[in-house]
Write a protein that binds this ligand. Structure first.
Ligand code: AMP
Ligand code: MG
Length: 346
């Protein structure tokens, strides 16, 4: 199969309706299309079409037990997907939709098992990206879409990276430029007594608490599951977001980090904050120390860059765990296989 890339915008920054129409026609015909969203690029298919959804799993090499997020373009579309819309869901949608928040609710009978991976619930999001919204509207069906990378690789934040992973596997990618947020959506479930964050993202735990009151954070966000433990969010159990290099997160001040890095092998790389490159012989920056949103925006590209530079061993500066930093840390600790050295404890 040839993979075509079409521009999603015209020269004047308006939506390219020809490209959108082509994507929508393919989606209605049961094909899979790579589309930009504000979080990362998605691999979309008609959520009501079981055969089309199966093609997403095949293209990604995604394990069958990892459910997909269903994307809508207007709040009312949620009613077809879930069995009940609680007050908390309305509050969250009012505050954060369209945007990088995924809400899990008990599913309706219209959701194929392939989408929910056999779970009784479904994950729903309304993206803010104008291209994603236009494609959903034009296709006139909700779109099931995971991140558009091969399973296990860092999520793609631009069309070129989608092409690198999906070449020959899907017919079309819409190029809508770089994704703004750069990490996947925050996932919150309303199926538990107290709402619970299963995956941190661009909408922070602090923001969610301001709207809902009590919100829990699932253990799997920060810690490795123990053998035999089941993940509330199946995606959390997989080795994810991982480049080929062995990564170790090193928590401590810049001075402590520099002293530690200086003792490592000469060909080791450092994943540092912007502006710190000059202290290390091989360094890739992932955003400014004081900007969690810049770190989120840069992280996956930086991980892919480490691969392209042939990095084998990487020592990473540890992000703060506040705000969007929690999402950055959650992705980085998985990329590192939960390998963390804490110099502040010494
Ligand atoms: P991705 O589409 O690659 O961004 O991954 C979607 C994430 O949402 C994965 O971590 C899934 O395990 C999680 N997810 C999707 N649907 C559900 C659900 N019904 N219950 C729990 N987690 C879900
Ligand atoms: Mg993914």
């Amino acid at each position: 199969m040839q993979t075509e890339i079409l521009p999603a915008f015209t020269g004047n920054n308006e939506l390219n309706t020809e490209s959108i129409d082509r994507a929508a026609a393919l989606l209605r015909a049961g094909e899979v299309v790579g589309i930009p969203t504000e979080t990362v690029y998605g691999l979309a298919a008609n959520a009501f079409d079981e055969t089309a959804v199966a093609k997403i799993f095949k293209a990604k090499g995604r394990p069958q037990d990892n459910p997909l997020i269903v994307h809508i373009s207007a709040f009312e579309e949620i009613r077809e997907l879930v069995s009940d819309v609680p007050e908390a869901a309305k509050k969250l949608a009012d505050a954060f939709w369209p945007g990088p928040l995924t809400i899990i609710l008990p599913k309706s009978s219209k959701i194929p098992d392939a989408v929910s991976a056999g779970l009784p619930s479904v994950a729903v999001r309304m993206p803010s990206h104008p291209v994603a919204r236009a494609v959903i509207q034009k296709a006139d069906v909700p779109l099931a879409a995971p991140s558009a990378n091969l399973s296990g690789s860092p999520s793609p934040t631009n069309a070129k990276t989608v092409f690198d992973d999906m070449q020959g596997r899907i017919p079309l990618i819409l190029d809508g430029g770089s994704s703004q947020v750069g990490v996947e959506s925050t996932v919150i479930t309303l199926c538990t007594g107290v709402p619970r964050v299963l995956r941190p993202g661009g909408v922070t735990v602090e923001q969610l608490r301001a709207v809902l009151g009590a919100v829990e954070v699932d253990d799997a966000v920060l810690h490795q599951l123990k053998a035999g433990e089941t993940a509330a969010s199946p995606g959390m159990k997989y080795k994810h977001y991982a480049p080929r290099a062995d990564i170790t997160i090193v928590r401590g001040s810049l001075a402590q980090f520099r002293e530690y890095a200086a003792k490592q092998k000469e060909d080791a790389f450092v994943l540092c904050f912007a502006g710190e490159e000059r202290y290390f012989p091989h360094a890739v920056p992932y955003g400014a120390a004081e900007s969690d949103s810049e770190q989120a925006n840069r992280l996956f590209d930086a991980l892919r860059e480490l691969d392209s530079l042939g990095a084998k061993t990487v020592y990473a500066r540890c992000p703060s765990l506040d705000g969007v930093g929690l999402a950055v840390y959650n992705r980085l600790i998985r990329a590192a296989g939960f390998h963390l050295i804490d110099l502040t404890e010494e």
